[in-house]
Design a binder for this molecule. Structure first.
Ligand SMILES: [Zn+2]
Length: 624
């Protein structure tokens, strides 16, 4: 075997060994190209100055080494499951290929990889033209010309043989054989962190910009991106956050890697400007926008909205969510977040604000459905039936008429106009015919409104109503819903019968059990009602169960137990302190008793507050 062949083999094996060692090191963690890129990320070292005679490696051999390294590290073939990421990857590759066409060395098979890790704020090149670009770095760019300058820099490291020689130097200077690379304690990372000399970095800057210019880009891109890095530098080292990164939320500490591996931006700018002047390149030429920037801005807006929401800043979250849905009108979760934030920030203006955003954004109906539901629910919980009706009706017009929205239209109609509600509901159904599941749920509400108007009493044939979608569980749910309407109409015996008629085995569902208990306690059968409510044997139920238990205990004269149960329910859901909401959901006699418990709970809270203040005052005075 010739010396040259041996050298190449050693290189190949070393490359594989290095990668193997890396993968071993991060065994069972996600395999990403990141650690490898730390290796090739350039740092300012003078290692190349050690005089070593290097064996010439042919283009074919270099391609082979690069491809092997990339393959071993899972860089080929490139697949991005997320269609947005695939688009970004294709864009980076497209710009890269435009530049690579102007590289000096022919025959290198350039390949461009996109690493969607936001924490990877860097780019790197492997021998043979394997170039990786990290999302964290891409997010900091504003123009395609800036991207071209950085890609050109990486291509230049390959084109000027910096990469392949780096590998050769490393192996030779350490007299590394096949065994040697394994013998190193902290193998690959340590070796490759040494990177390129400042001269080579600046050479890559200038050569890269040259390629970008020939490919039609503005010379301003290279300079401006360095200026931005210079501005970001203090933030990366723990200083004040810059507006750019504050908006984008880039993990700033990751930027340090970039700064460690490159000469200071000021020096790079100097060298670039000198070259631009010497060559007479046009730095005044207009730059092209970065085609994928909108995607990053959209994601940044969504991230910001979620972060503010989690931090409890409802006003900020509402504003950010508004921007986020403008940029991502198809994202149902963002619409939902917008509705939540608006409701929490100021419910009085929330419905008008939400409607104006929907109108302005012209989103698909499907994306906003859950948001309409969320806000409708909040309005209903506030006890404002008229506003609930307005908003839910607007939602019917804008969406496919989801079942929950229909239900809120029905109950808010019932609360605002019990007698006339049925007459108003029918025309709405004709205007926006309910489909799917809404179809049979709406049929129950329509019948319920008839009951409330005192016109109908015959119960529905649920098999017929549900047709092909019939299940016993659904029948139980629909009967509970129907029973609620009867209870609201004061038809307590009928409500009891309806709730009790749920198919055997599923008649224990919570909603039916609650209506049974409510009907029975209104009929004066308090003990039976309590027994019904706690049929499951548990005293710890959801807040509605605890509140209803409180009501029955109150009526049984167990005032202490009632107060405790009510406190617990109101603590879990503050709607129990809202008499307007209670009146819209429960019978008048139940509401009257709840009113007394609310009063008791308010008194208790007031007393507790005073005691806390007294204790606080005592602590303060004893400290003095
Ligand atoms: Zn470099």
């Amino acid at each position: 075997m010739s010396v040259r062949r041996m050298a190449v083999l050693a290189l190949l094996l070393a490359g594989a060994g290095l990668i193997g060692a890396l993968q071993w090191r991060q065994a069972r963690t996600e395999v990403t190209p990141r650690p490898l890129l730390y290796l090739v990320a350039d740092t300012e070292r003078e290692l190349e100055r050690i005089p070593l005679k290097l064996t010439e490696v042919s283009v074919e051999e270099e391609n082979q080494i690069g491809a092997e390294m990339a393959r071993s590290y899972g860089l080929v073939p490139e697949r991005h499951e997320n269609p947005q990421e695939a688009k970004i990857a294709a864009y980076v590759a497209e710009v890269g290929e435009k530049l690579a066409a102007h590289a000096g060395r022919k025959g290198i098979s350039y390949r461009f990889f996109y690493n969607p890790d936001r924490g990877f704020v860097n780019a790197g090149a492997l021998p043979g033209g394997q170039i990786v670009f990290g999302r964290g770095l891409l997010e900091l760019l504003e123009t395609e010309d800036e991207l071209a300058a950085i890609l050109g820099h990486e291509i230049a490291h390959v084109d000027k043989k910096h990469c392949i020689e780096r590998l050769q130097y490393e192996l030779k200077s350490r007299k590394l054989g096949l065994r040697g690379i394994y013998a190193l304690g902290r193998p690959a990372v340590f070796i490759f962190q040494q990177g390129y000399s400042k001269e080579k970095e600046l050479e890559a800057d200038v050569a890269g910009l040259g390629m970008a210019i020939v490919a039609g880009y503005s010379a301003a891109g290279a300079v401006e991106v360095e200026r931005r890095f210079e501005r970001l530098r203090p933030a990366a080292y723990g200083g004040a956050a810059s507006p750019v990164t504050e908006i984008l939320g880039i993990p700033l500490a990751s930027l340090r890697e970039y700064f460690r591996s490159h000469p200071p931006p000021a020096e790079r700018i100097d060298a670039l400007e000198k070259e631009i002047r010497a060559r007479g390149w046009d730095a005044g030429r207009a730059q092209r926008p970065l085609a994928v920037r909108e995607f990053f801005l959209a994601e940044a807006a969504a991230r910001k909205a979620r972060a503010l929401w989690s931090a409890g800043n409802t006003r900020g979250a509402a504003l950010a969510a508004r921007e986020a849905v403008d940029r991502n009108p198809q994202d149902a979760d963002l619409w939902k977040l917008l509705a939540q934030a608006l409701a929490r920030d100021n419910l009085a203006t929330a419905s008008a604000d939400f409607r104006s955003v929907v109108t302005a954004a012209h989103p698909s109906t499907a994306a906003t459905t859950q948001a309409w539901n969320v806000l409708t629910r909040e309005l209903w919980r506030s006890g404002d039936a008229a506003e609930t009706l307005n908003f839910a009706t607007a939602g019917l017009e804008r969406t496919q008429g989801e079942a929950e929205l229909w239900n809120h239209v029905a109950v808010s109609l019932a609360a605002t106009d019990p007698r006339g509600a049925a007459g108003k509901f029918g025309p709405l159904m004709r205007k926006w015919p309910p489909t799917g599941e809404a179809d049979f749920l709406v049929a129950v509400d329509r019948q319920g409104l008839e009951v409330l108007a005192g016109r109908a009493m015959a119960t529905l044939n649920y098999r017929e109503v549900m047709r092909g979608e019939y299940t016993a569980t659904r029948e139980a749910e629909l009967r509970a819903r129907m029973a609620w309407w009867m209870y609201r109409a004061g038809k307590l015996r009928e409500a009891e019968a309806e709730a009790d008629a749920a198919p055997a085995g599923v008649n224990d569902i919570a909603a039916a059990r609650r209506i049974l208990a409510l009907a029975r306690t209104d009929l004066g059968q308090h003990r039976f009602a309590l027994e019904t409510l706690w049929r499951s044997g548990s005293l710890e139920g959801p807040d509605a169960e605890r509140a209803i238990a409180a009501l029955i205990q109150w009526r049984l004269g167990q005032r202490k137990e009632a107060a405790v149960a009510f406190q617990s329910a109101a603590g879990a859901d503050n709607a129990w302190m809202n008499l307007r909401w209670i009146r819209n959901n429960y019978s008048a006699s139940a509401a009257a008793d709840f009113a007394k418990m609310i009063e008791g709970e308010l008194t208790r809270r007031e007393k507790e507050k005073r005691e806390r203040e007294r204790a606080e005052a005592l602590r303060r005075s004893s400290r003095r």
